[in-house]
Ligand binder design. Structure first.
Ligand code: FAD
Ligand code: NAG
Ligand code: NAG
Ligand code: NAG
Ligand code: NAG
Ligand code: NAG
Ligand code: NAG
Ligand code: NAG
Ligand code: NAG
Ligand code: NAG
Ligand code: NAG
Ligand code: NAG
Length: 579
């Protein structure tokens, strides 16, 4: 009954928006099916476009999911060559940037290669398991595909997952035994200088993009129009998926805001089956929820429109030295002590224990040079010291010259923990010392990844977005990485997550009441509702219940999460308590 009324609802809306709809008979047959033949019926409703998902490295294995198969030498060679390349991993369904999310970690069932040497034959001597890769996926082409998948999930109880670029650090874009909506194929792109959100009067200088467009493609397009678009520090992150729905930091965010500050319209299918537009004039509750509430929760986004800035030159500082056991300390002291001054000068970037790559549009070259002189001098006095301060003509010129060589690694089992570090810590030496002491104490476990990417100088309209307000009072988004290898034991994996949780707890201890970035927080974030959303959580939950009355979209620590006991989380390691 439930399924049928849902079906009729869907039938109406799909006809109105796309002309590609299921008929009532197809729906009732879906509603009755609850075994394998349901997949065949479903495939017919998709005109045969249901595809089999399998882990990207499967062609290298001779036993796949319990069956003897022949190794596909050509396909395997491509996997070996592309294993750690984001541009290889991005465009295929069965690969995820942090490949532990292809596996069933808790069951030690996987289909991985040795990232340190993909020619190492050892991994392929074990069987390949499907793990958390969805057995079936749809290469989504429009709203009707999404509507059919929602109806199928409601009628069969088969859970859904949504994958875009597969960058997620928390396994939220894969899912054992799910039906996956793969969004990568939506690649349209247009510059709309006088964009008017549907039903509004205000105009924005903006780009409209299919949800799957990778940032580098958007940067090239913007550059060709002499524009700057504010996006992530990695070429294959999707412009319209989890990045923009949870926060979306850029090293230009200190001046121009987060992704959630810049998006002016979403087109999406909500879990109740409706194809909707959300902007400042219609579905405003949903618009607010999508600006920070997180991906995979309020609906399936097909397209976003994001504001652009004029083309602009940037001052770039790239400084580094060869790290040893003792030379990060004085560097980190300088970094902490300069951080607030740099913030006021519009710098954004990434700083580690022995390097810095920062940009600002606000200074002249001479001012930029003077601003970083103390750290440049320090680096140049160390073995392997390099300091470059230069002007580049555009964001894209900077991206091509610096970011492609400096972005975070993929194809390796990365574990992350982060915290938004309140600006108030820099008010006096007690706070600065607490930050410095944390950075140096943590060196024995991990190198700090200091993201200078909070909206420090951005003029924010209070209440306009739903991510934790802690973003607005923070100077740094501070991260710590742990990791493991293809052959790590269950105990070693647990240790990696435990290290990330411990290091995150040490950050919480010096920043009580602050929060964390939903996309990059500790997988086992404590009090995740407050950390990620602060006081916005109750309203987010009510919006979730309004648009997803049957709870069809579920993910780890997302709004409406009921905890780890749901069987869809059976591949996560048991709960880890930070100490
Ligand atoms: C190497 C690397 C570098 C990174 N750099 C940055 C950075 O510079 N700035 C930053 O802010 N973050 C960065 N991140 C984190 C990144 O923002 C998150 O991983 C984010 O979740 C990626 O979103 P995605 O849609 O591209 O990825 P996916 O893993 O495909 O999806 C992430 C989540 O969003 C959901 N989702 C995806 N598409 C849709 C859709 N169309 N509709 C609804 N839900 C959807 C998924 O279900 C999942 O829950 C980085 C991550 C990595 C691995
Ligand atoms: C599967 O479902 C079909 C109809 O939906 C039914 O005819 C068939 O008996 C079912 N098979 C099993 C093994 O349950
Ligand atoms: C869906 O149907 C098409 C056409 O009949 C077929 O080629 C394809 O393999 C089917 N997909 C699955 C997952 O069975
Ligand atoms: C796979 O092949 C091995 C021999 O290489 C054989 O022992 C085993 O029975 C086969 N398994 C299946 C499922 O066919
Ligand atoms: C990688 O593994 C292969 C096969 O074991 C070996 O021949 C090669 O020397 C290894 N390469 C490196 C760089 O270790
Ligand atoms: C997915 O669809 C896009 C077009 O939307 C197409 O370019 C791409 O080849 C398809 N990929 C697969 C694996 O089906
Ligand atoms: C790009 O736009 C900027 C800002 O409007 C302008 O100063 C510059 O001259 C433009 N560059 C080109 C090549 O048109
Ligand atoms: C930066 O300052 C250093 C001295 O600290 C000087 O040698 C260098 O020429 C300056 N570079 C630029 C681009 O101004
Ligand atoms: C680290 O390197 C610096 C020079 O770069 C040197 O002075 C110092 O002694 C080194 N420390 C260790 C422990 O090697
Ligand atoms: C330092 O600043 C913090 C935060 O603003 C404040 O709570 C604390 O009392 C200050 N400590 C001193 C010694 O001034
Ligand atoms: C994993 O493999 C490496 C060699 O590739 C080996 O040194 C290490 O001991 C192995 N770890 C485990 C837990 O087996
Ligand atoms: C986490 O911290 C606790 C308390 O300091 C410590 O006992 C434990 O060994 C740490 N775990 C790891 C993996 O570092």
């Amino acid at each position: 009954m439930l399924a049928l009324s849902f079906a009729l609802l869907l039938f109406g809306s799909a006809t109105a928006t796309s002309g590609l709809a299921l008929d009532a008979a197809q729906f009732s047959s879906l509603a009755k099916a609850s075994n394998l033949s349901a997949w065949d019926t479903f495939n017919q409703t998709l005109n045969g476009r249901l595809q089999v998902g399998r882990p990207v490295s499967a062609p290298c294995f001779s036993v796949v999911d319990g069956k003897n198969v022949s190794v596909d030498a050509t396909a395997c060679a491509a996997v070996k060559a592309g294993y750690s390349a984001p541009t290889f991993r991005g465009p295929q369904y069965g690969s995820f940037m942090n490949p532990q999310w292809e596996t069933c970690q808790s069951a030690s069932q996987q289909c991985l290669l040795d990232a340190t040497n993909t020619s190492d034959p050892a991994p392929t001597q074990s069987p390949c398991f499907q793990g958390s890769v969805a057995p079936y996926f749809i290469n989504v082409t429009g709203p009707a595909d999404v509507q059919k998948a929602l109806a199928f999930s409601l009628s069969t109880g088969i859970p859904l997952s949504i994958k875009n670029s597969g960058h997620d650090y928390k396994g939220r874009s894969s899912g054992k035994d799910t039906l996956s909506l793969w969004m990568h194929g939506l690649q349209s792109m247009a510059y709309v200088p006088d964009f008017v959100p549907a039903g509004c009067k205000t105009k924005y200088n903006a780009m409209t993009m299919g949800t799957g467009v990778p940032w580098e493609t958007a940067y090239d397009f913007a550059d060709a129009h002499n524009l700057t678009i504010i996006g992530g520090y990695q070429e294959t992150i999707a412009t319209g998926g989890g990045w923009v729905q949870a926060g979306g930091h850029s090293i230009l965010s200190p001046n121009f805001g987060l992704g959630i500050d810049r998006v002016v319209q979403f087109k999406l299918v909500t879990p109740d089956g409706q194809y909707r537009i959300a902007n400042e004039c219609q579905n405003t509750d949903l618009f607010w929820a999508l600006r920070g509430g997180g991906g995979g929760t309020f609906g399936v986004v097909l397209e976003t429109t994001q504001r652009v800035e004029p083309g602009m030159a940037l001052q770039v500082a790239s400084i580094s030295f060869k790290q040893n056991a003792t030379n990060p300390q004085a560097w980190l002291r300088l970094v902490v002590d300069n951080a607030k001054k740099w913030g006021s000068e519009g710098w954004g970037g990434h700083i580690t224990a022995a390097s810095l790559i920062n940009v600002t549009p606000k200074l002249t070259l001479a001012q930029a040079n003077a601003s970083v002189q103390s750290v440049a001098d320090y680096a140049l006095a160390q073995t392997g010291g390099v300091a470059v301060v230069e002007t580049l003509p555009s964001w894209n010129a900077f991206f091509k010259k610096y970011v492609l060589a400096a972005e975070a690694a993929v194809g390796v089992e990365n574990v992350l923990g982060t915290r938004l570090m309140p600006t108030a810590l820099w008010d006096n030496s007690t706070g600065r010392d607490a930050v410095y002491n944390y950075l140096t104490a943590s060196l024995q476990w991990a190198n700090p990844y200091i993201v200078v990417g909070t909206p420090y100088l951005y003029k924010y309209t209070p209440g306009s977005t739903s991510a934790t307000p802690a973003w607005r009072d923070s100077l740094w988004h501070l991260g710590m990485h742990a990791g493991f290898n293809w052959n790590s034991t269950l105990a070693q994996k647990t240790t990696a997550y435990q290290i990330a949780s411990n290091l995150t707890q040490m950050m919480r201890d010096i920043s009580p009441g602050s929060g964390a970035y939903f996309n990059e927080g500790d997988v086992y974030e404590t009090d995740h509702e407050f950390s990620y959303w602060g006081d916005n959580y109750p309203r987010l939950l009510s919006i979730k219940q309004k648009y997803d009355p049957h709870g069809l979209l579920q993910c780890w620590q997302c709004v409406g999460w009921k905890g780890q006991s749901d069987s869809r989380y059976s591949c996560y390691l048991p709960a880890i308590t930070p100490q």
